[in-house]
Structures are given as C-alpha cells and as structure tokens.
Write a protein that binds this ligand. Sequence first.
Ligand code: UD1
Length: 316
Amino acid sequence: MCVVCHIALRKAVLIGDDVIVVTGGSGFIGTHLCQRLEEDGYKVRILDIVPPQSGIRGEFVRASVLDAGRLQKLFNGAEAVVHLAALIDVAASVSDPYADFSVNAAGTLNVLETARRAGVKRVAFASSAAVYGEPVRLPVDEEHPTAPLSPYGASKLSAERYVLLYNRLYGMENAALRLFNVYGSGQNPLSPYSGVITKFANAIRDGKRPIIYGDGSQTRDFVHVDDVCEAFVRAIECGGKDMPCNIASATETTLLELMEEMCNIADVPADPEFLPAREGDIKRSVADIALAKKTLGFSPKISLARGLGGIVGKRK
Ligand code: UD1
C-alpha cells in the first residue's frame, strides 16, 4: 500500500518483481536512484550511453534515448520508467540548440511513445528549475511564469509538456519533477556539469580557495540527491498528476552562507576568491514545494548541514 495515494501498488515490489527502467541510470542522480531502487527490491534496467558504476546490479543497455528499437526491447514488461537521460550542459545548449532539443525534447517523446506502446503507464521525468528563468516572485511555485533563459530550459519545458499531455491523451500517470539545485556525493568535480557544492568541496579538499562568481549574495535552493530519489520513487509508486511539481528543499541559501558552512565543517578559514558574475546567472532561487507535499507526500529529510557533512571532510 502506498501511504500517500492509498493504492496497493507495492504488492509486486514486496516480492521484488517489478522492473523499473532508468534512462540516464549511469549519471549522478541515476546512480543514486538505481541503488535506492535495488535496495527497495526493484529490478532495474538501465539505458545509458556509458556503463553504470560498479555496485549497480541492474541490466544495462548502452544506447541513446533516440534509439527507438533498443528502447522498445527495454520497456517491454516494465512497470515504470524514470527518465533522467538528458544533455545537461546549459552553455552547450546555447552553442548547439538543436543537439539539446534532439536529446531532451525529441528523446523524451521517444521515451513516451515507447512507454505507451509497451503498455508502461508511468514515466517520471526529470525536468528542471531552468524552465522558470529568472524568478519574478519568490518562492517559486508551479504557477510562476515559465521563461527559460537557455535552449536547455526550453527543451525541458517542451518535454514536460509532452510528459503531462500523455496523461490527458492516453490515460498515462506520468510525473514531471522540476528539480532545483541537486547535490550529493558522486559528482565528478572536473565535469562542467558539476554544481557549486562539488566545486567548493573539491577546492577545500585540495587546499585551494573556493571561487565565488559575483559577490556571493546570489541564492539557490539546494536539495540532496537522496531526497530527489525519494521523490522519483514516490512518483512511480503513486503516479503523477496533471501539474509539474517542484522538487527542492524550500530553503534559500546564499553562496556566502554555503561557502562558510562548508569551510566550517572542514575546519578551515573561509577565504574565497571572487570572480566576475557568470553571464545569465540568476540572482535568487527558492521553491515552494507545497504541491509536491500534497500530491506525492514529498518532504525533504536532509538538511543542508547534514547533507554537506557527507561531502566535506575535515582537512587534516
Ligand atoms: C543549476 C543547474 C542547471 C540549471 C539551473 C536552473 C547544476 C549544476 N546546474 O544551475 O542545470 O539549468 O540550475 O536554474 O545544478 N558558482 C560559484 N562558484 C563555482 C560554481 C558556481 O560561485 O565554483 C555559483 C554560480 O555562479 C551560481 C551558483 O554558484 O550563482 C550555482 O551554480 P551551479 O551550481 O553551477 O548551478 P546553477 O547555475 O544554479
């Protein structure tokens, strides 16, 4: 019985039979999610262009979401799909909007069509806070205007519209989760995709000065990857509703506060290097998560202090 939607959906889970497909299962969120799903007794099938990390037992198919033939085979007999595979480099989306659109929008349509034909009722899709652009009011709820500032935000917005349209047209129970700034262990610090927390942690560990772009007064809503995984599990167990849903911590943190907290945990003096603000950087961001609470029973469990504790070690 799913405690939130009061539907007896977990029956097969309890005997460990349900198959969940995770596209992008080798990435940062995907790795955590596959681990979580396997712990919960699901059978995981991963579709990715790179192999999963060691420790993930699930079946792996190396393919792009644009490869309809491979998708079809993978989706047959699955209970639900978590669709994480995407191009996530915002700057790259500006230089090559078509590549971004192909994978993020057309690729999502491929996933939806394949799911529909395979009789998979639920696709939980990773959308992004990027769909909002620069917030005009805070906290940002789901009725906030959408005004993406990049092709990446536009492709995510387009994809989530299809995800929810499939509920209306084909009776699916898809969910579109608008993820805010996700952090946690396992992000590659050298990757341009890595968020500021990974960058700061890496600098602190190497005895370097963390770089702050701008004056550090910009804010973000940092949500721990384990809370994000919980949201996806709830979305596949409860089914989505007709609205996209913010997944965040609902806590606004300035970059300076973040850096001080991390230096404090590491027991090193806070001494950042300030560089000019990044072009197009949004000034403030914090989410309203009432809808996620209501529809998914989602409530983030990991405070920033606790989450950072798992990432920043004390320097010797
Ligand atoms: C994040 C997402 C992006 C999404 C956007 C939507 C990540 C990695 N990126 O971008 O995919 O489109 O939200 O709103 O989660 N900063 C520093 N020093 C650093 C690195 C970053 O000061 O070394 C600053 C940035 O200028 C920014 C803030 O930290 O003000 C957060 O940056 P970042 O973690 O890269 O994420 P977003 O830009 O918010």
